[in-house]
Design a protein around this ligand. Sequence first.
Ligand code: GDP
Ligand code: MG
Length: 760
Amino acid sequence: MAGNPNCGKTTLFNALTGSTAYVGNWPGVTVDKREGTYKRCPEPVSVVDLPGIYSLSPYTPEEVVSRNFILDERPDCVINIVDATNLERNLYLTTQLMEIDVPLVIALNMMDAVEKSGDTIDAKQLEKKMGVPVVEISALKGKGITELMDRAYAVCAERRKGETVLRNSPLAHLIRDVSIALEGQKVAAPLFHAVKLTELDEIECKMHPELVRMVEDFKATFSDDTFGTDFEAIVADARYKYISQNFSVVVTRRKEGKEKLTKSDRIDRVLTHKVWGIPIFLVILFAIFHLTFSENFLYLGSIFRLPSLEDLGLMTADGEYVNFGAQFAAAFYDGAVYSPGVILTNLLALLLDSISALVAGWLSSSPAWVSGFLVDGCLGGLFAVLGFLPQILLLFLFFSILEDTGYMARVAFILDRIFRKFGLSGRAFMPMIMGFGCSLPAMINTRTLADEKERTATIRVIPFFSCGAKLPILTAIAGAVIYQLGAGNADVITYSMYLLGMVTAIVTVILMRSTTMRGDVPPFIMELPAYHLPQFRSLMIHLWDKLKHFVKKAFTIILVSTILVWFLSHFNWAWGYLDDEHMNESILASIGMLIQPLFTPLGFGSQLSQYGWIFAVAAINGLIAKENVVSTFGTIAACLGFTLMDGMDEGVAEAISMMQATGITVPALIAFIAFNMTTIPCFAAVATAKAELPKGKFKWTLLFWLVTSYIVASMIYVIGSWWWTAFIYAAAFAVAIAIIVLWNKRSPAAHKVKKEGEEA
Ligand code: GDP
Ligand code: MG
């Protein structure tokens, strides 16, 4: 299956194979080919979903994948998916596919949208003009799919000779001669290669250097009125002419007095407004965080004077619920209505609490270390992480909705103007926003960036876009900070931490693009997909994937790490068992104390009292999986026997326990979040970065992450503790910027002087 980006290939692929591949309403979502089986033909058929391409002269790595597959892997048939709402532009690729000697079927997709707009397309006529089967389908509604596959299956048996729309072009002779020469060399798809050679396509010229002469000779004797000797332009022009001649007869536009703005255009007038576009985006982002994290939904609790649970007589003065009903009510309300994200989290906490209590009850007669290991060690750590699942999923759902409606593609477009100032194109926005879900697919998605240096810089900053696994760290500590300060809103703290990550990304990108990663920003051309309502099915697929991934991780990596933490914190080097009181003599404590001084400038090092080593251990454990940071707190806080507060999320309660036991300050806690957010990401992301980065850049990238996190976290701690140090930092930054600016000014000037000298 080949076609333009965003024409519905993956949707069709899912419909055919019953798989649940990622469908996104922006170009460049499928960056690698994907295979599946379609079972309703006379024999099982292998279906391959290729990355979207506009032409067969590729520029980016993902486009090369598509071209090479079609040419080298010799598929039995190519299904060219065409977005019928954009017929003219989509057929450009079709005219190139037609030149290859491979059976071809055109799938006119999105016919539901065409019908809705009132246009009609004469598919029969198109089929006659094109000389290949044309089938009307709607991948989304599942219409016409069986017929498409039946016809595709039928043409597999045929041999089709390539056809070109350049039959009547002045270049026809040249193309035929080159084609015959190629045929003599037994090259497959000679016509296609001949046309590409005529265009002097870069890849083609490397493959057949001996024939380039032939084209060059012809060129010497030839000149076109409009395009001179630019053969690429002549070929492109011939394709467009052919399309407009054949296109005008098959499409009938709905009769309308004047050109009317489509619905998408009207929405875009507001959402991509020059001035309001970006503020609107920030407000939408904040609304999402508010819905997910706020304990004061719509600020109702601040606007109206609402009674607290205690006022209502549901809670006693010392924080005990009068009955289960009261505890249940507390999941929704206490002086303010909670946001949906918090309510779901609270409900899950109720469930997890009762499971813990049940297990503890069963084990009450067993030896202390058995129940300690199972309840505190395993469940404590595991539940601390699982408790955040509702908020992770909700956040993810909101992002999926923004993406599926087509809004995210607009954001890339409105941010392009600003990104350009930082040295990136708007295209880099998509992998970054994917980073909020998980760094792995985000790093892979950078393949849509054509410029290698832009790509390297983007991969490096992706971890700063806080992923789902880091969310528990944010939420747990934000909760603890609010508790410590006695005021504030969790959503504001979480939102600011996300912004902090983004600001770090911006600053480091600017630094990189003006020092080691200098280069021009490639132009950003992207087609904006039409807005549509989010598809329930595709949202559910996204959520289900995320849920599966998270739960699987919780019961494998995180559980194993938790158990390891428990063992290392309950045994000393002589393999003697230590009870909870003596954890400070454990293997883990001694390792933690060894590395602890490293974190002193960040506020969570040697200055903390006895259990301070836990922060060091948690941060290191986070390198395996970021969820481990909170699960480490969970395991250890539970063992230390700190009283967890009732009706509170387990992770938050444990973070509070840690604060009280170690005497850590608020700036140091925030520095701890910042460190974890910007430092080396988890194991899996590191491996992906290594695979995706150009040669020689990986070591520097690791160093970059370490240095950045160290600087950001120490700045927060030091300035947060002694505000006047802000001036010292500002001065240091000013000096650094001055040096870079001067350096950049100097080098071209030096170059110029040298050149003038040479001329003289
Ligand atoms: P790809 O980039 O070619 O793989 O395209 P996707 O399968 O990711 O789909 C892009 C967008 O088009 C998604 O938002 C789909 O929901 C939408 N889409 C796909 N097929 C149809 C269709 O038949 N009708 C309509 N109206 N929308 C479709
Ligand atoms: Mg796709």
